[in-house]
Write a protein that binds this ligand. Structure first.
Ligand code: MV4
Length: 445
């Protein structure tokens, strides 16, 4: 096991990782940009190293600075959190080449999952259902037409190097294809330096569900109950819950068995998330896999009473997963992402938090790095806190979340709390009757 972990991230996840390290008796080093010098993780870490100016490309994405910081402080492991360098296989490799344990999957797994077409093909071979579409990258309009002639419209063009919604195009008819294909290729080239596309049948009115997996170096793999993530806008999740209101015990058993089997087949190690689209009939299709700890990991922790970040760190240190496949979940958990933004038009609302009073009590968890007097810098994403509730059933969890939101006071900036309260009061949401089109419809009214 390593003894000193460098945390290559900021905000709530840096604090989440810092606490896990402390509980494990590990020393902590935080790297930070000039904009984050007064942040809670910087104040609480054993050591801190400033790695550059506010812009992420000059600090949190600067591999040379982060490796130097690890060497100067003799950190022997790096936790990348989410975003930034978390899914960069080169970074994972460079850490390992410098004798620094990368707390995540091996670089080859990150690389495989980063190529969405390869990931799709690999998961197909591992017996996971995938959405009908191309079996290889599609490099010409002619190839695209050939594939579409067998699957039919509507289709989705996706960037092989994409993910999370970037560089995607829905195409409804052959008259739109040529233009969409060119735009998607150009976008993929501009965003990822790789124009390659793949094609899938476009699934309408699907749900976005995902399965947490955890694998250790002995080959043990455990899949945990699905998270329902269909409440999202512009590919940013807003509310997540587990279990999904659309998954029954029988379906869950099959889904988790499929995922365990597929993750085992590729020797998955560390935390990971397998994302699926699921139709009205409960057919699910693998879309992509994330090789990092996710923002919404706490809802899984709440229903299973486990600490995924501690597990992730221990596994990187060669330890075994501390629980078994038959681990039982209990009740229902919901997360609301609190963003510093105007709830009317979603524009960012950075600035000084003049005062804050956060909710608490049984079944309420707050993951945040804010404090009264803290200034939210304008350079990073707008997530400032996660309110997570746990109750014995969905109805009680929704009610508990409502009270938690109503008893939250944040003065000085705008937040999306009013939006959350409106969603929780929506009859479709209350019934659990929603899909990835929910926010689109919700905002129209
Ligand atoms: C899809 C899809 C429907 N059909 N692929 C969005 C994020 C990225 N992980 C893949 N995504 C989707 N892929 C096929 N074949 C629907 C989504 C999708 C979505 C699309 C439009 C608007 C909101 C969405 C929310 C979740 C998923």
């Amino acid at each position: 096991m390593f003894s000193k972990v460098l945390i290559a991230n900021r905000g709530e996840i840096a604090l989440r990782i810092l606490r896990a390290c402390k509980e494990l008796g590990l020393k902590t080093v935080i790297v930070y940009s000039e904009a984050d010098k007064n942040s809670l993780p910087v104040l609480l870490a054993d050591e801190k190293v400033c790695i550059g100016p506010p812009k992420a490309s000059d600090s949190y994405l600067n591999v040379a600075s982060i490796i130097s910081a690890a060497e100067i402080t003799r950190a022997d492991a790096v936790h990348p959190g989410y975003g930034f360098l978390a899914e960069n296989p080169r970074f994972a490799e460079i850490c390992e080449n410098h004798g620094i344990k990368f707390i995540g999957p091996p670089a080859e797994i990150i690389r495989l999952m980063g190529d969405k077409q390869k990931a799709r093909q690999t998961m197909k071979n591992a017996k996971l259902p995938i959405i009908p579409g191309s079996n290889e990258v599609v490099n010409s309009l002619r190839e695209a037409k050939k594939i579409i002639s067998s699957i039919g419209y509507p289709v989705m063009l996706k960037a092989v190097a994409g993910g999370g919604g970037k560089g995607m195009r829905i195409v409804h008819s052959s008259s739109q294809l040529e233009e969409a294909f060119q735009i998607a290729q150009a976008e993929a080239e501009a965003s990822f330096g790789n124009p390659s596309l793949y094609i899938e049948k476009y699934l309408e009115d699907a749900r976005h569900i995902e399965v947490q997996v955890i694998g250790d170096s002995t080959g043990k793999v455990v899949a945990l109950a699905e998270r329902e993530c269909s409440v999202q806008r512009k590919h940013q999740k807003i509310i997540e819950e587990t279990p999904s209101p659309a998954v029954n015990e029988k379906l869950r058993k099959k889904l988790l068995k499929d995922v365990e089997q597929a993750a085992s087949a590729i020797g998955y190690q560390s935390l990971g998330t397998f994302e699926f689209l699921m139709d009205k009939d409960g057919n699910y299709y693998f879309m992509e896999a994330n090789t990092r700890v996710q923002v919404e990991h706490p809802i899984t922790e709440m229903i299973y009473d486990i600490d995924l970040v501690k597990e992730q760190i221990k596994i990187a240190g060669g330890e075994k997963i501390s629980f078994d496949k038959n681990l039982e979940k209990r009740g229902h958990s919901i997360e609301c992402r609190i963003n510093a933004e105007d709830p009317e038009n979603f524009t960012p609302s950075p600035g000084k938090i003049e005062f804050s009073a956060l909710p608490g009590g049984p079944g309420i968890r707050i993951d945040t790095a804010i404090y009264s007097g803290y200034e939210i810098p304008p350079f990073y994403d707008s997530l400032i806190a996660k309110i997570i509730v746990h109750a014995s059933n969905r109805e009680e969890a929704i009610n508990k979340m409502k009270v938690a939101l109503e008893t939250t006071t944040i003065v000085g900036i705008k937040t999306n709390i009013p939006l959350h309260l409106n969603i929780l009061a929506n009859s479709s949401f209350k019934k659990g009757d929603y899909n990835i089109r929910f926010m689109e419809n919700f905002l129209k009214k």
